[in-house]
Ligand binder design. Structure first.
Ligand code: ASP
Length: 334
């Protein structure tokens, strides 16, 4: 890459500078920051809430019901997303997920808990409950991330069962795609999508999980944002959490979920923070017109926000026994 292009790309991306600046601001204003955190902590909600990307009614209801019984946030989030991992009709998560372009289903997932611990697995074959596997990486190894065969072998050692993830329906759709193969990076309501979930439990603690088969018919070995801590998911129990869905490459370039939590740390509402994270992408160039990005976020007071590029993204919110589907605001209005 020529130096000129490198500088252009660096300024378009702006991630390091942006995050760096906000961290610098934090350092400079540390007493102010401490005040803000104290305010947030004082307002800490203890009313359980589960939110998740898209209209995954059953998954979110499962998490919400678990939280209402007093189950901890991480257990509830994993129980919730595993509903979709087992759902054969969901072609973007778990068993039944769309394969890569060579016909192999590979899954990505991560979890993060209220202590700031996390676990992740990428490019895993033959295991359905990869969010649970990510949790085992967190609790049973000294590592954060395991990939491919190593993750799969670890799953068997942990007692997780081997499963064939390619259903007849997914195989048929893949064979159809092979007739005129092309990448379709607009991740939207029709090919919905990765489940990312945030839960707040009765202690006011926040945890989350994100699980996916990734981009349909992806290149072998391609990994998106979903299992990347800070991109697909980030939690800071003193501030809140965020999860992403959509074009993973763009989310990773702006470290979207971490960015949202940092923006909330500096005083933004979850809604404004999601909007700013989308703006970081739409401000770069016009390519955003061809892909979808959506974020959902929650702070310690239980306020929730969401924003996306294209109309059509919805998320689920469970609170006080009510599980409702909410339409997200979006960037492209005309
Ligand atoms: N973010 C996921 C990925 O890029 C895709 C999705 O949200 O469905 O792998």
């Amino acid at each position: 890459m020529k130096r000129r292009d490198f500088i252009k790309n660096a300024s378009l991306t702006g991630v390091g500078l942006t995050v760096g600046n906000s961290l610098l601001n934090c350092a400079e204003n540390s007493s102010e920051k401490t005040k803000k955190e104290m305010t947030i902590t004082t307002n800490k909600s203890k009313n359980p809430i589960a939110i998740c990307t898209w209209g995954f009614v059953n998954a979110n209801a499962k998490a919400g019901e678990e939280l209402s019984k007093g189950i901890k946030a991480l257990d509830a989030a994993i129980a919730g997303v595993s509903v979709e991992e087992k759902n054969l009709k969901n072609t973007t998560v778990g068993k039944g997920g769309a394969p890569d372009r060579e016909g192999n289903v590979t899954l990505d997932a991560c979890v993060m808990d209220s202590n700031g611990d996390c676990g992740s697995v990428v490019c895993v074959e033959n295991i359905t409950n990869v969010a649970e596997l990510a949790r085992r990486v967190m609790t049973e190894t000294p590592h954060v991330m395991l990939a491919g065969l190593g993750a799969e072998e670890f799953a068997y050692r942990q007692g997780l069962e081997k499963d064939n993830l390619l259903t007849e329906a997914s195989k048929k759709a893949w064979k159809e795609w092979l007739k005129s193969p092309e990448y379709k990076p607009l991740i939207n309501i029709e090919n919905h999508d990765t489940i990312g979930m945030l839960c707040m439990d009765t202690d006011g603690d926040i945890a989350g999980a994100c699980t996916t088969s990734g981009l349909s018919y992806k290149m072998k070995g391609r990994v998106g944002d979903s299992p990347i801590i800070g991109s697909g998911l980030f939690i800071d129990n003193a501030i809140g959490g965020a999860v992403a869905t959509g074009m993973g490459e763009e989310i990773m370039k702006t470290v979207g979920s971490f960015l949202i939590v940092e923006l909330m740390r500096n005083g933004m509402s979850p809604q404004k923070a999601c909007e700013e994270a989308v703006n970081r992408i739409t401000n770069k160039n016009d390519r955003y017109k061809d892909f979808q990005i959506a974020y959902i976020a929650m702070n310690t007071s239980g306020d929730v926000g969401s924003y996306c590029i294209h109309k059509g993204f919805t998320y689920m919110k469970y609170q006080n026994g009510v599980n409702k589907n909410v339409h997200s605001d979006y960037f492209i209005k005309s």
